[in-house]
Design a protein around this ligand. Structure first.
Ligand code: ADP
Length: 509
């Protein structure tokens, strides 16, 4: 008898846009569930109720759930909302002691000292919620170290209980953050000390929750095929390359999509004018408005370079810092929006004060301004040291803003390098992580702007025609879920949906 139910997938995440977001993780967890829903999957999301969310707009469910914590049972209320423009339920775990704070993780660069405890609560709480609501998910999809305990609990405290039947998928959005803390903190997880062993939590004398997820999850994924290969090497494996190599058959690289409604230059509510590949006049208006907003000379002839991103070593903006003087000696303009490391904030902030003729930095986080930069700039700079997928270069492509990226991770999979002889490509790539290599590539882009405007125009239209919608990624995730289900249960999923054959998605080498 076929199972009459659609596939049931429960996502657990520490960020879900538009409710909570510090980076790409939030974007993915806000958009992927909607695309899965469009494929007929019964998808739900669990996230904490943080300060700054519009609590009153969320429905408060009756009763509370009890979450076992090391210090005793915690009673949490649950609120219900939906991903905008969809019927995908989002459950918010309300526990003010952990989440009613100014930041999601702590001030950028620092983390709250009790983060292990805060996200233990989320991971365990999501499972308690699933049981309280009788959700019986077929697949539980956890994201990054904050929810790494989910697959571990499914295999341990839920052993031989209904939730144990759920397959688990764990997605690495960023391997650099693994939830590492002192081994003495093992008690916080509520699991016995015997789990603190080199196969599960113990990693070179510290407690590492991501390692345990890599061991316990039915299947693993990361957010681009190139990053899936890179993280199996010592250079990019952040110490976990050995375990990733040992599971290489279970590790899949699925490129992120973007929210094509939220990031659409033809309708974007944050823009002063709209445009499309067929009609680019609006882009010129966005550029003029951005130059004015930045206090730079309003001049359509000067190429405008944009930067948006976290000011952390990952993003390689220290490399940019080291070549800014050289770049600003040319007839170009640069605008930057970012927050993070204090030295970087200070450097770009003071350079902005000194070089108002050509450079403007905004230190802070502003979604509307990020949209205005993507739309108004001619080129977008992303010199990442490593980049699991990267979203900003995808937004740039869609907004006809040619990305200038380092050849790493998802940037390789999404940006096609410019070939001067033929004019082909959608952006500029460079490999060496040095100020000279970056400056030379920025110079190449600037000379292309001035000397080969036809190439810039053609690249722009080609970039805007790329398809990075979530529909493609959702199809690959559905295949992954069906494969995970088959592994967990020992038989194929019998019910609808939805067209996909239970074969693995893009597999890492
Ligand atoms: P990561 O997830 O590593 O930060 P991504 O490129 O995948 O990098 O995603 C970054 C996301 O966060 C993009 O949506 C980008 O616009 C946004 N973002 C980063 N910094 C800022 C900022 N200072 N203001 C507004 N948006 C930002």
């Amino acid at each position: 008898m076929p199972d009459p139910q659609p596939l049931r997938v429960l996502h657990v995440a520490s960020e879900v846009a538009p409710f909570a977001k510090t980076g790409g993780l939030g974007d993915v967890c806000g958009a992927l569930p909607k695309a899965l829903r469009r494929r007929g999957i019964d998808v739900r999301v669990v996230v904490p109720l943080y300060a700054g969310m519009d609590w009153e707009s969320l429905e408060r469910l009756d009763g509370t759930i009890e979450v076992p914590m090391w210090w005793g049972p915690a009673r949490a209320a649950v609120r219900l909302g939906h991903l905008p423009g969809s019927d995908v339920p989002v459950y918010f775990l309300e526990f003010h002691r952990y989440y009613d704070r100014p930041y999601i993780y702590g001030r950028p660069g620092d983390g709250y000292e009790d983060n292990l405890e805060r996200f233990t609560f989320l991971s365990r709480g999501a499972l308690e919620l699933a049981k309280a609501l009788h959700l019986a998910p077929d697949v539980i999809h956890a994201h990054d170290w904050q929810t790494a305990l989910v697959p571990v609990y499914v295999n341990t405290v839920e052993w031989a209980r209904p939730l144990h039947g759920a397959a688990t998928v764990f997605t690495i959005h960023n391997l650099a953050h693994q939830g590492v803390t002192d081994g003495g903190a093992m008690f916080v997880t509520g699991l016995g000390q015997h789990h603190y062993n080199p196969g599960e939590f113990e990693h070179f004398g510290s407690l590492n929750v991501m390692k345990a997820a890599l061991h316990h999850s039915t299947l693993l994924s990361t957010v681009s095929p190139t990053y899936a290969r890179e993280i199996q090497s010592a250079a990019h494996g952040c110490g976990l390359d050995g375990i990733l190599r040992s599971r290489h058959r279970d590790l899949h690289g699925i490129l992120n999509g973007i929210d094509v409604e939220e990031w659409n230059p033809a309708t974007d509510r944050h823009l002063p004018a709209h445009f499309s590949a067929a009609s680019l006049e609006g882009k010129a208006a966005c550029k003029a408005a951005l130059q004015a907003e930045a206090g730079l000379p309003v001049n359509p002839k000067v190429p405008l370079f944009g930067v948006v991103g976290r000011l952390t070593p990952q993003k390689g903006l220290d490399i940019l810092a080291h070549c800014m003087e050289r770049v600003l000696s040319w007839d170009v303009q640069v605008v930057l929006l970012g927050a993070g490391d204090r030295e970087a904030e200070h450097f770009f902030g003071s350079l902005s004060d000194r070089r108002r003729d050509r450079f403007r930095a905004w230190i802070g986080f502003s979604e509307p301004r990020a949209h205005r930069i993507e739309a108004g700039a001619d080129f977008f700079i992303m010199p990442s040291r490593f980049e699991p997928c990267g979203l900003n270069q995808l937004y740039s492509l869609r907004y006809g803003t040619l990305p200038i990226v380092r050849a790493t991770g998802g940037l390789v999979d999404t940006v096609e390098g410019y070939r001067e002889a033929s004019g082909e490509g959608t952006g500029f790539l460079f490999s060496d992580l040095t100020p000279d290599a970056l400056a030379n590539t920025l110079g190449w882009a600037a000379s292309t702007w001035y000397d080969r405007p036809g190439h810039v125009d053609a690249m722009r239209r080609r970039a805007m025609a790329q398809d990075f919608s979530w529909a493609r990624a959702a199809e690959a995730y559905e295949r992954l879920y069906l494969e995970a289900y088959r592994r967990r249960r020992g038989h194929a999923f019998a019910g609808p949906p939805g067209g996909a054959t239970p074969a693995p998605g893009a597999r890492a080498g």
